[in-house]
Ligand binder design. Structure first.
Ligand code: FE2
Length: 284
């Protein structure tokens, strides 16, 4: 599946773009299922909880619960000060996470298979552990910016092994908020981990811990990755990346998986932990 040229690109850039990795039928099934999950979601309880004063605490409780569930999270701009929806529900969701790949049959099928396992293996994931899945909507007009970050901040292992699988479920363009990456930014001075998302599981609290003051790239040095639906973008956990807000009239659905390798120690302070009831699985 991956040629020597692919592997050379991976080593050099920390990023690989594989057009047509998923068929139109697979993409269509995933999009349809994402919309069904949103349709079935009852926002009442969640919106009222967002209106409480201790928003951060409630948000972290919802996030932690989603490690072993399928939750819908709102766009920040979708809710007014009282936590009421400002836009229709189908347009209000920022993402669905974080165990679709294990709990939802459609996304379970999308997230596993020999092709995906082979890509993982070729890039060094010999014993992949898929911790997280997300449908990211990037809604028309209100789809929020995702600031520069490294995914390894959220999935610390020793050594770093987290790898991101980013599937375009719709065309991603400069207008609707495609990914931007710094090619080669996983290596050398740029490839240092700048911050770590630390969870105190007893207290149920989360914080971003600064680790290194290396500045984030800018869009002047980075490159955009506009891709067609069905494309798989794989990138290294230390690769800085960003996506702009979506002010266009088109959504930009994407589906992501984050996998580490079982040979590396998974940090106990990572927010996403699995219980014995839902053990972490692989890509095959
Ligand atoms: Fe990311």
């Amino acid at each position: 599946m991956l040629s020597p040229a692919h592997l050379e690109t991976w080593q050099r850039d920390g990023c690989l773009v594989l057009p047509g990795f998923k068929t139109p039928a697979e993409v269509q099934a995933a999009c349809q299922r994402a919309h069904e999950i949103v349709e079935a979601f009852t926002p009442g309880a969640q919106t009222s909880r967002f209106s409480t004063r201790d928003r951060s605490q409630v948000a972290s409780a919802a996030l932690l619960a989603s490690a072993e569930a399928v939750h819908c999270f709102f766009e920040e701009e979708a809710l007014d000060a009282e936590g009421r929806l400002r836009v229709p529900k189908p347009r209000s969701i920022n993402k669905i996470g974080h165990a679709l790949h294990d709990l939802d049959p459609v996304f379970q099928a999308f997230s596993h298979g020999p092709a995906l396992a082979e890509v993982g293996r070729a890039l060094g994931l010999l014993q992949p552990q898929v911790w997280q899945s997300q449908v990211i909507f990037k809604q028309p007009h209100i789809g929020g910016e995702v600031g520069w970050h490294q995914d390894a901040s959220f999935f610390v292992t020793k050594p770093h092994t987290v790898t991101t699988f980013w599937f375009a479920l719709e065309d991603a363009t400069l207008d609707n908020g495609c990914l931007w990456v710094l090619p080669g930014g996983h290596r050398g001075a740029q490839g240092v981990l700048r911050e770590q998302y630390v969870c105190d599981h007893e207290a149920g609290t989360l914080r971003m811990q600064p680790l290194d003051a290396t500045p984030w790239p800018t869009t002047a040095e980075a490159v955009p990755l506009p891709v067609a639906a069905g494309t798989l973008i794989v990138f290294h956990g230390l690769l800085p990346h960003y996506s702009a807000p979506n002010r266009s009239a088109k959504s930009r659905l994407a589906y992501t998986l984050h996998a580490t390798d079982a040979s590396a120690a998974y940090a106990p302070e990572n927010w996403l932990q699995r219980s014995a009831g839902l053990p972490v699985g692989g890509l095959a």
